[in-house]
Write a protein that binds this ligand. Sequence first.
Ligand SMILES: Cc1cc2nc3c(=O)[nH]c(=O)nc-3n(C[C@H](O)[C@H](O)[C@H](O)COP(=O)(O)OP(=O)(O)OC[C@H]3O[C@@H](n4cnc5c(N)ncnc54)[C@H](O)[C@@H]3O)c2cc1C
Length: 423
Amino acid sequence: MKMQEKIIDDEIHEKMTLENVFKIFNDNVFPMLNNEEKDYCKELQDFCLELHPRIDKSQDVYVLFPELGKHGYLQRINKWKDFTPYGMKKEILLGTHLSLLDPQLELARLASGILCGNPTFHYYQHGGTGDTIQKVQDELMSGQKIGCIGITEPARGSDAVNLTTICTKTDEGVIYNGEKVYTTNGPKADYFCAYAVYDKAQPRDTMVQAMIKREFGVKTERLKINSVPRVHIAHTILDNVKIPKEYILADDGLGYVRLFEGLVPERLSIMGSGVGICWSGLIYGIIYTNLRQQFGKPVIRYQGVGYGLADLLTKTNAATALALQAASVYDERILFAEKSSEGKSAAEKWVASISSQGKYYLAKLTHEICYEVQQHMGGVSVTDNTPLDELTDISKIEEVIGGSRNIQLLLIQSQIQRFLRLL
Ligand SMILES: Cc1cc2nc3c(=O)[nH]c(=O)nc-3n(C[C@H](O)[C@H](O)[C@H](O)COP(=O)(O)OP(=O)(O)OC[C@H]3O[C@@H](n4cnc5c(N)ncnc54)[C@H](O)[C@@H]3O)c2cc1C
């Protein structure tokens, strides 16, 4: 890693390698995995170790997309080409490893591969036809093209139902008029998976989900967001954007169904990124505090440091187990289950609720871990000599993307109220 000015002790620095991070990660997480999952992690780790020295942190993350594409690492929930294994647990492990490799790359990858890519898989799963969306999918999954999702608007953040972007039907397709904000990857994107409504008074019944090519007339302006300088995030203008029929993914209210169907895998995937950020912050802190000496002994031996890290390790393991378990249930009872299999609808309800609980807990935990580890490490952790400050910065974003903290709590609260029906 290039540093502006190196002050970290050589002996400590040479131990703070990605290879060593994986050793500690594996020691903690591999006992929770089966052989197929461990082999998949080893493949991911080989990939990360090979790519890591080639990452230039002065460049945007997008130059790395084709590298992800070569290995089918833009997403792993759905099967694309012959890339296996796949499923939600594999996606969680992918997000975890990419966060350990480069958390900003992981943010952009998730927006392109999952938030924009997943709707292309849903399109065919729900009976969509033709080659147009397949071509979009192939371009996104290969990393040759960049995707993003446009839900949030300047006046509609948490209230993602009452959209104000208007859709009008024509003989050729639809026309979108409106604005989106915080579109992750937007300034660089080739494809925008965006939502609009025919009637603002009836958004649920009239919502549309369409895949919009930049050439159709989308304009973007980059927002200045200091915490993720290598990811471009946009104010997106949809001014009379004409979208041909074959790019409509879900019409006449089905857009609303797909929007909410997409949120569960999206939140589970964000949990994967969060697991990686937690382990990354924690492991670099563990290595450093074991080697850094003050008053004649390693600082980890002081209770103020050691007990703090012990508390954070416990929380990280608990959150990892939750993410893996939620993904296992999603795979076994939903993704790979027969359409009408017994228990599927109960599993869907459980996963919907647990994805909010897990997203809430993990996103908040990323911040706690990174901030607290910085305090346990001392001054060096706020310099560019360790990855900690970049991790703390990105933890802020984890809380707000995919629905803010309160929106997760709102959803969990509505679950709690339903428990009364059990009595
Ligand atoms: C870096 C970044 C990347 C993002 N990427 C994307 C993207 O790619 N695509 C996209 O569409 N969106 C994206 N978002 C938008 C993100 O999903 C929204 O920021 C989020 O949904 C919250 O909306 P808001 O910021 O407008 O806050 P608001 O909805 O205005 O909320 C403000 C505050 O009020 C609270 N609040 C709102 N309603 C309630 C309620 N009913 N009960 C209790 N509290 C409430 C919120 O929790 C928050 O604390 C991104 C955001 C950021 C910052």
